[in-house]
Design a protein. Structure first.
Length: 292
């Protein structure tokens, strides 16, 4: 794989498009030491970024929750994303805006730091590989749990919240799995390391209430698509023991899109018509073939 700091192209950086290899920060950057950083992940399909404004709004909201409001408006972030795609000649791509506290001050206190923002984009195929849609993913159960909302800003897409996601994902991969299902601090089912989770039983979808993890943009879109198909959608607390009774399961996320699951720990799921139908609906929606 070509390292991410050694590629051709342009990265939007604090208001200007910089040559890719020159989009650098100093090692004494607050965001790097203290995780005072937030980010987004979106995808462009045929030149249109799906739910672009929602992503820009969430980036601003995340930074605000972390105490470093961004000086760029939602419209400015939207325009910067589109300018970055254009500069790189990309119409189908993953888009990664990131914002962080700079190197103006070191130490836990960061009052003098300034907010910075960069936007990169690159061609990125299926997050879980081309086979995932056919075979379904194999997930283990993570040892780490999603923190309680009173221990971390769990509504923010904050870099610090991903520390346990990377650790969980690595443990899963080392054991031959593709991802891990994370429980929350109470022991209820929460989400995967970078995507939300849904379960299917008959004509009903069950998904955990997002009270300590991201209420994903894809999650909300898929809930609308499910209702359009006449499925009932239930948001509730789900305990791991209940996984025994579900027929299908799938993940949702801007990167992961809709990806069926074949197993989670000891439980097995069918890669069935509901999961595959919603995967198709989502693909139609983001590609502008469906209005929902
Ligand atoms: N949870 C986590 C931990 C994620 O990283 C993501 C991806 N942003 C999601 C859920 C899904 O969010 P979205 O559908 O907005 O991409």
């Amino acid at each position: 794989m070509v390292p991410f700091d050694d590629r051709d192209g342009f990265i939007w950086f604090d208001g200007e498009l910089k040559p890719w290899r020159e989009a650098n920060v100093h090692v004494l950057t607050h965001g790097l030491h203290y995780a005072s950083a937030v980010f987004e992940g979106a995808r462009a399909y045929g030149g249109r970024v799906y739910a672009l404004t929602e992503h820009s709004e969430r980036l601003r909201a995340s930074a605000e929750m972390m105490g470093f409001p961004l000086p760029w408006s939602v419209a400015e972030i939207d325009a910067a994303v589109m300018a970055t795609l254009k500069a790189n000649g990309l119409s189908d791509a993953y888009v990664r805006p990131v914002a962080w506290r700079g190197s103006e001050q070191m130490g836990v206190s960061a009052q003098a730091t300034k907010p910075h923002m960069a936007i990169a984009c690159w061609a990125w195929g299926a997050y879980f590989g081309a086979d995932a849609l056919k075979k379904g993913l194999r997930l283990t159960i993570a040892k780490w749990r999603r923190p309680a909302p009173y221990t971390a800003p769990t509504k923010a897409k904050a870099s610090g919240l991903y520390m346990i996601c990377t650790m969980s994902k690595h443990e899963a991969e080392a054991a031959g799995y593709q991802d891990a299902l994370m429980l929350d601090w109470r022991g209820q089912v929460a989400e995967a390391t970078g995507a939300n989770v849904f379960f299917v039983k008959g004509e009903t979808l069950h998904t955990p209430t997002p009270d300590c993890f991201l209420d994903g943009i894809t999650r909300r879109s898929v809930m609308r698509l499910a209702e359009r198909r006449g499925l009932k959608v239930v948001e509730r607390a789900i305990w791991p023991e209940e996984l025994e009774g579900f027929e299908q399961a799938f993940l949702t996320g801007s990167a992961a899109e809709v990806t069926p699951l074949a197993e989670i720990g000891p439980w097995r799921f069918e890669v069935g018509a509901t999961a595959l139908g919603l995967a198709k609906d989502y693909s139609d929606l983001v590609n502008g073939r469906l209005n929902a």
